[in-house]
Write a protein that binds this ligand. Structure first.
Ligand code: GUN
Ligand code: ZN
Length: 459
């Protein structure tokens, strides 16, 4: 049989329906309405290379692509969005999400560390990776910035599953050589960073996979390990390698970090001294920052990630988006589920939690801004805004299709919503589990809620 390869620039697929995508940061622009494009009957045309060729009103664009026959059509009860970006999540904590109570530090010791030890077993890691992808894809997430754990097996299992779906993902080995159980601890700083570099060379830039240097957080790394991690990151930063860690999550964690690094003036300064703060550095949580820390993160073009359901669940601090988006030092900001501290794989559900956390401080983020954070904002936090997070020509065709009427009650409630912002706010607040109708990775449907076999590998 002949193999037929579609030339990359030939339009092969259309997706039609109501669609929403963001152009600019609505936190920094006076009018949020100027920052997005909404079309009640739009058409996305995808090329053979999995990228968007064109987007526009169906009525005007259709005639430009007369040969396009494969068009998925979604009705007015749907909303087509860029696939969501989960900018901070631990896939290895999927088996222990919803473990009862505790402060951050004792929760790590009681639940997170014992679970992560199991990932030295490749078969265990494969099984968790499989379930993790099924969860995130069924919630419309197409890119995630992901913690694995100490073992190379945990990294391989993750990227192997990502390759099967053809998703754009970021992960790497977690570096952690003190203050955790021996079975999870790196043997020494040198060998841990060598293993990380070998994984980086294996995975970074292979298809859509990208690598991050990941010291877990300052308290679980010796100064030697942070130094070597910083050197590794600096060697590969121009190749697009990331640095990903936790920062300023909870008061007792901050005290602990500063007691281990007494020469540092702040938690951010700990990382900065070791060359870990730079373009493509991504910091999860950022609840309790001093003004100079925000300035450092802004100056370096870092990404910050709010993880509201996790902060509520662990009783940590509160992310203050009005500080992160202070016009004097605005930071690239995304949203993370932080599973298993977080309580859902749904990025949209995080938006509802973010609203409640901010309301405790008298701020009410509107739904337009929230959905920006979940899509383009996340892409900006990861310096991927020209690649994913928008429905623009040239971007990879990673797409989520939400069902506005996925339950009897949602359908009824939506009848009372008049504006797009109202509909989005209902979605983020009620966020039913089955509201994602379909998810596309590189233009191919990898999740279809209404099919018997809901998941489809691309390769
Ligand atoms: N800080 C260091 N490790 C972790 C983790 O696994 N989860 C959370 N929420 N915070 C951390
Ligand atoms: Zn985390």
């Amino acid at each position: 049989m002949n193999t037929f390869t579609t030339p990359i620039n030939i339009p092969v697929k259309g997706i039609r329906g109501p669609m929403l995508t963001f152009r600019n940061d609505p936190f920094l622009s006076g009018q949020a309405e100027d920052c997005y494009d909404y079309c009640s009957d739009g058409l996305i045309v995808v090329g053979g290379d999995g990228k968007i060729v064109a987007r526009g009103d169906y009525a005007s664009l259709r005639s430009e692509f007369p040969d396009l026959t494969d068009i998925d059509v979604y009705g007015q009860d749907s909303l087509i969005l860029p696939g969501f970006i989960d900018a901070h999540v631990h896939y290895v904590q999927s088996p222990m999400i919803a473990s009862y109570g505790d402060t951050l530090v004792s929760w790590l010791g009681n639940y997170a560390f014992p679970t992560e030890i199991k990932f030295s077993d490749k078969a265990f890691a494969d099984d968790v990776a499989r379930m993790f992808f099924r969860q995130i894809l069924s919630h419309g997430t197409t890119t995630a910035n992901v913690f694995s754990t100490t073992f190379a097996t945990s990294v391989d299992a993750f990227f192997e599953e990502s390759e099967r779906y053809g998703t754009r993902m970021i992960s790497g080995k977690v570096l952690q050589d003190r203050n955790l159980p021996e079975l999870l601890r790196d043997k020494d700083a040198e060998s841990s960073v060598e293993i990380s570099e070998a994984l980086l060379r294996k995975w970074h830039g292979r298809g859509r996979q990208m690598y991050a240097v990941i010291p877990r957080f300052a308290p679980t790394s010796t100064p030697d390990q942070l130094r070597l991690a910083g050197e590794l990151y600096q060697r590969y930063i121009s190749d697009g390698v990331y640095m990903h860690t936790h920062l300023d999550e909870a008061a007792d964690e901050i005290r602990w970090a500063l007691s281990l690094y007494p020469e540092s003036s702040s938690y951010t300064d700990i990382y900065d001294r070791f060359g870990l703060v730079g373009r493509r550095s991504v910091f999860a949580h950022c609840c309790i920052l001093r003004p100079e820390e925000w300035r450092t993160l802004h100056r370096n073009g870092c990404g910050v990630v709010t993880c509201p359901s996790s902060n509520l669940f662990l009783g940590d601090g509160e992310f203050k988006y009005w500080e992160a988006k202070n016009p004097e030092h605005p930071c690239r900001t995304g949203v993370g589920t932080d599973v298993g501290g977080g309580t859902s794989f749904s990025v949209v559900r995080q938006l509802g939690e973010m609203y409640k956390v901010a309301m405790l401080e008298g701020h009410a983020p509107d739904a337009i801004r929230s959905f920006y954070l979940a899509t383009r904002g996340g892409a900006e936090a990861l310096h991927l805004e020209n690649t994913v997070g928008a429905l623009d020509p040239g971007c990879e065709a990673d797409i989520a299709v939400l069902d506005l009427e996925s339950t009897e009650f949602m359908s009824w409630r939506m009848r009372f919503a008049e504006t797009l912002a109202e509909r989005l706010f209902i979605l983020q607040t009620l966020a039913p589990d089955n509201m994602c109708r379909a998810t596309y990775s590189g233009g191919m449907k990898v999740y279809d809620r209404d099919k018997h076999d809901r998941f489809a590998y691309r390769v």
